[in-house]
Design a protein around this ligand. Structure first.
Ligand SMILES: [Zn+2]
Length: 244
């Protein structure tokens, strides 16, 4: 079984974008146990489907990635992709100038710290420029978010990002088509392991928030893991249907 793990903020608030440092430490202990192979995001789809492999991603680029998560991950030599919204680097996660209910407003990592981590082996992916809901943008604005972000990240790091992550997981056919022409792969917020033949521009992920309890992630590949995942994904689909 292959899966892409995703984290946002490592903090003790208990918010939907947060997991506690102790949870991350427990996940890392399991990842280094040898039970699964930890591979770069760019390679996870090349791993044969029957093998157990995980790729690690972080969204948004919180300052606590630099201070808490990266030192732990780097210590294990784990490949990590961090998705940043280029226009928000060094600012905060009050996207569009507004805090979201139930989500703490936290500092985002700055360019100097990002450059330091890239030198140390971190891979940067694009999370757009300003973190909007892409499906609500006109064609020109959409192109500006996708190209502008890649341009700014290329200027900062000397290499163009090849991976994209849809802000809020907000995606439709037009958005996916625009991303396909610019990036090699893209991650969603769909809660699932990788299917046998994944669409490279609609890669599902496992949000670490749902794997906070001891033993949850560690059950990777077992029938109980799949049952829990199915229940979580179904509950999320039902909630999303009610919100529409
Ligand atoms: Zn985000």
């Amino acid at each position: 079984m292959r899966a892409i793990l995703t984290y946002h903020s490592i903090d003790p608030s208990g918010s939907p974008v947060s997991v506690d440092e102790l949870v991350l430490r427990r996940h890392i202990a399991w990842l280094r146990s040898g039970r699964v192979q930890v591979v770069p995001l760019e390679r996870i789809t090349d791993v044969p489907p029957e093998r157990d492999a995980v790729a690690i991603t972080f969204d948004d680029g919180f300052a606590n990635f630099d201070t808490v998560a990266w030192p732990l991950l780097r210590h294990q030599d784990f490949p990590v992709t961090l998705f940043v919204a280029s226009e928000r680097v060094g600012k905060d996660n009050a996207w569009g100038g507004e805090s979201a209910p139930g989500i703490p407003t936290l500092a985002l990592v700055g360019w100097d710290a990002l450059r330091k981590m890239v030198r140390q082996g971190l891979t940067i992916g694009s999370h757009s420029r300003t973190h909007p809901r892409l499906s609500q943008l006109g064609d020109a604005e959409l192109a500006a978010e996708l190209d502008g972000s890649a341009d700014e990240l290329a200027a900062a790091f000397g290499t163009r990002p090849t991976s994209f992550c849809y802000p809020y997981g907000d995606v439709d056919e037009r958005v996916t088509a625009a991303v396909r022409t610019r990036y090699a792969r893209a991650c969603t917020t769909e809660l699932a392991v990788l299917p046998t033949t994944p669409d490279l521009h609609l890669l599902p992920r496992l949000d670490a928030f749902y794997y906070r309890s001891p033993g949850r992630l560690e059950a990777f590949g077992t029938p109980s893991f799949r049952r829990h995942l199915w229940l979580r994904a179904t509950a999320r689909r039902v909630r999303a249907a009610f919100r529409k």
